[in-house]
Design a protein around this ligand. Structure first.
Ligand code: SAH
Length: 341
């Protein structure tokens, strides 16, 4: 059986034609599934009987199995899903005044090996299929009876290490008869896989780009993020400039503050020099401490000083408020705990 949520609209049209049916049914099917939430082919009254029978034999429509849900005191929810092959993945639902945002996972585990991140403690087992990323959202929407308005690909995994599936996922959720999440409400975060940044800039759907920077020079960045050896900072910045030229979209630089490692005023100055003149802003993220690592978070006063220093140097920055830390749902905490294996 093929999962319905795996089809972009183009792929569904192609599949229907190759199976001897008409392409126009693709939009009808999308509307039934994504807009009407109908999952039984027999209820799809404008679909011919022949096609319904064919679909029943070949396609399944179902949400993910929820293994468990935790709710934070701040209203953040963490979902743990069990995939068909037994792998467990997490997604996080956050509520803002502007809407509901889901942070989705793109891979089972991660191979990037950033020295501060819990996700990397579990090596990548496999990439997620398109439907496994889409269904993180549809399952949460169904369970909470809500409409998700924003999506960030910032859960476990490196989205640009599962490039095509992430792009197709974006096509599905952005489509006018799909989940209808606007391109400006979709953000992909990468540790800096340069060739894919150039590819991303050329995609027809212009969604947002966030770069996990975390250090203002190569020496320090290579020490904490080994991907920097292959893809050094200067070239990451060049790729970002290309993305901006192609899309006119403002870039987000994520910068976690690690006490005594990357959080001094000199680091802030260096960071200002690195990105000066770019249409970008720095999202300063409090570090969520991870048991297995020795990194500590920067205290509030020092974090504010770092923020002020960037602002003084003319750099747009925000100091992100932390959400969901009490349920291990905050950035870099996503991984299923060993006892669940
Ligand atoms: N692989 C992608 C997306 C997943 S990580 C990337 O690297 O961007 C999402 C963000 O959380 C990244 O900026 C990552 O560096 C950051 N992060 C990882 N561990 C963290 C931690 N313990 N505390 C705060 N942020 C963390």
């Amino acid at each position: 059986m093929i999962n319905f949520y795996n089809f972009t609209i183009e792929a569904l049209k192609k599949y229907l034609i190759e199976s001897g049916f008409k392409a126009f049914s693709a939009d009808q099917l999308y509307k039934w599934v994504y807009e009407q939430k109908v999952t039984n082919f027999d209820d799809m009254t404008n679909i011919s009987k022949d096609l319904r029978e064919f679909l029943k034999q070949n396609i399944e429509i179902s949400n993910l199995e929820i293994h468990s849900v935790s709710e934070s005191t701040d209203g953040t929810f963490k979902y743990l899903f069990k995939l068909q092959d037994g792998n467990l993945i997490e997604a996080v639902l956050m509520t803002y005044d502007y809407g509901k945002s889901v942070c989705v996972t793109s891979q089972v585990g991660c191979n990037m090996g950033c020295s501060f991140c819990a996700s990397g403690l579990l090596r990548k087992t496999r990439d997620l299929e398109i439907h496994e990323i889409v269904r993180q959202i549809t399952t949460i929407e169904a369970e909470q009876d809500i409409k998700v308005t924003h999506t960030v690909v910032m859960g476990t995994g490196e989205p640009f290490d599962n490039y095509q599936n992430v792009i197709d996922f974006i096509k599905v959720i952005n489509y006018k008869h799909g989940l209808q999440i606007g391109s400006r409400h979709i953000t992909v975060s990468t540790c800096g896989i340069i060739p894919r940044i150039y590819d991303y800039a050329k995609e027809t759907i212009k969604s947002n780009l966030a770069i996990s920077l975390h250090a203002p020079n190569d020496r320090l960045r290579t020490r904490i993020m080994r991907i920097n050896k292959s893809f050094p900072l200067k070239e990451v910045i060049e790729a970002c400039n290309d993305y901006f030229d192609q899309t006119s979209r403002r870039i987000t630089f994520e910068y976690i503050l690690l006490r005594g490692v990357n959080d001094s005023l000199q680091h802030a100055d260096e960071l200002s020099n690195l990105i000066r003149g770019m249409n970008a802003y720095v999202n300063i993220i409090p570090y969520n401490e991870v048991e297995e690592f020795t990194y500590k978070k920067t205290d509030k006063a020092r974090a504010s000083a770092f923020y002020m220093q960037l602002t003084k140097r003319g750099i747009n920055a925000t100091l992100r408020r932390e959400q969901g830390a009490d349920i291990d749902a905050a950035c870099g905490q996503l991984r299923y705990k060993k006892e669940l294996e």
